[in-house]
Design a protein around this ligand. Structure first.
Ligand SMILES: N[C@@H](CCC(=O)N[C@@H](CS)C(=O)NCC(=O)O)C(=O)O
Length: 299
């Protein structure tokens, strides 16, 4: 049992330990002045390839895949471990200091959009894609999109945090959030047993929002060991759907945008052009071997 004694009023005395403890704090607002970079495209995305970030880069790549050339975007990495989300420029785009954040400069005045679900709806409506404009299909897609926004914090902030990031393995929270995570996988499994995609026969923003979180865990890409711990292979319809979406060319591209860790061939730190996927992943940008460079100079 813990020897923790509940104080009358909580105070922020020391970092709580665990990953991200050095950047978490109990107040909002900027900590320093720092303008955001901006590129040539109408859309400026400030993000990172976490599940919340991947939703938006996948959406952009899906729009481009459909032929919407005016969905071109610049994607800039926000290093949340270093506190980039607390720079004044970022806070002006998202007062909540979390990635992803979007600036749409295609109109007369720039439009800021934050919260990944809001960004997906904004882009879906702007381009008329991946979200029915009315009727039961729209209601179903929005229901699942909002389901994701409400449920994933239990998978990530709850299960993922205590399973992977907390400074020690604590049975109570791990039990509590594993139970909820498995319940959510069962919700999805039952739905995907009756429907090809989450909201029906068509791929929508609901799939784009849900896949990076639940597909990520099911495919063994999030919180090392979580797939076996939660026995995700038992959710056969989730597995079928996760693999199906993983194979989409736009998803293959979108999920590596602003990715700063992992296999260098799957890290595209900044995305400014469609050719970046072939030319600017980290494996292609390795520093030139010095001795080779000297040899070339000599020639
Ligand atoms: N509800 C938000 C959640 C965004 C969020 O939690 N982003 C995380 C990364 S996945 C973040 O920026 N964390 C930095 C921090 O908490 O300081 C959304 O869906 O956009």
């Amino acid at each position: 049992m813990s020897d923790y004694v509940l104080p009358k009023v909580w105070t922020w005395d020391q970092p709580s330990g665990g990953q991200f403890a050095n950047v978490n704090r109990p107040v909002a607002g900027p900590t320093h002045n720092e303008e955001l970079p901006a590129g040539k495209h109408p859309f400026q995305l400030y993000s990172l390839a976490t599940p919340n970030g991947q939703k938006v880069s996948i959406m952009f790549e899906e729009l481009l895949e459909k032929g919407h050339s005016d969905a071109e975007y610049d994607a800039w990495p926000i290093r949340i471990g270093d506190g980039d989300q607390f720079g004044s420029g970022f806070v002006a785009v998202n007062p909540n200091s979390k990635i992803p954040a979007l600036l749409d400069r295609s109109g007369r005045e720039p439009v800021r959009v934050f919260e990944s679900g809001a960004i997906l709806v904004y882009l879906a409506e702007k381009f008329g894609e991946f979200l029915p404009t009315s009727g039961p299909g729209r209601a179903e897609a929005l229901s699942w999109l909002f389901w994701q926004m409400g449920s994933a914090p239990f998978l990530g902030g709850g299960f993922g945090h205590f399973f992977a990031y907390a400074p020690e393995k604590l049975e109570y929270p791990i039990n509590r959030y594993s139970m909820e995570a498995k319940r959510q996988f069962d919700v999805l499994n039952r739905r995907l047993a009756e429907s090809e995609f989450i909201a029906g026969p068509d791929y929508t923003v609901a799939d784009i929002a849900i896949w990076p979180w639940y597909g990520g865990v099911a495919l063994g890409r999030s919180y090392e060991g979580a797939d076996s711990f939660l026995a995700t292979h038992e959710y056969e319809h989730v597995m079928r759907w996760a693999k199906q979406i993983d194979a989409r060319p736009a998803v293959k591209r979108g999920r590596i945008v602003n990715k700063l860790t992992g296999d260098p061939s799957e890290q595209l730190h900044e995305r400014h052009d469609a050719s970046d996927f072939a030319l600017r992943t980290e494996d292609k940008l390795q520093p030139v071997d010095e001795t080779e460079a000297v040899k070339d100079d000599a020639i």
